[in-house]
Write a protein that binds this ligand. Structure first.
Ligand SMILES: [Zn+2]
Length: 81
C-alpha cells in the first residue's frame, strides 16, 4: 500500500542519481517531468487492470449467509423434539 500523504517534492531519481526536487502536480505524486502530466498514467475504472469490481466480496457474503443457514439447520436437527 502506497502512502496517501502528498510528498513535498517529486522524489523521482534523476539522471544524476539525486531525487528530483520539483513540486509534484496537484493530486499526483510526481512532477510533470516524471509522469505527473495530464493524461499520463493508468485510467480509473474498469479500464484499469487493477479495478476492483466487488464481486468477490459479494460472493464471500453469500457463502457466509449459506454457512450460517446450514449451521442453523444442523442445530435444529440436533434439538430433541
Ligand atoms: Zn520530478
Amino acid at each position: 500500500m502506497r502512502q496517501v500523504s502528498q510528498a513535498a517534492s517529486c522524489g523521482a531519481k534523476t539522471r544524476s542519481g539525486a531525487p528530483c526536487k520539483s513540486a509534484p502536480v496537484t493530486g499526483r505524486r510526481r512532477c510533470r517531468m516524471h509522469g505527473g502530466a495530464d493524461g499520463s498514467g493508468a485510467s480509473k475504472g474498469p479500464k484499469n487492470g487493477n479495478y476492483k469490481h466487488g464481486r468477490y466480496t459479494a460472493e464471500v457474503a453469500a457463502t457466509r449467509r449459506w454457512l450460517r443457514e446450514a449451521t442453523h439447520m444442523l442445530c435444529e436437527l440436533k434439538k430433541p423434539t
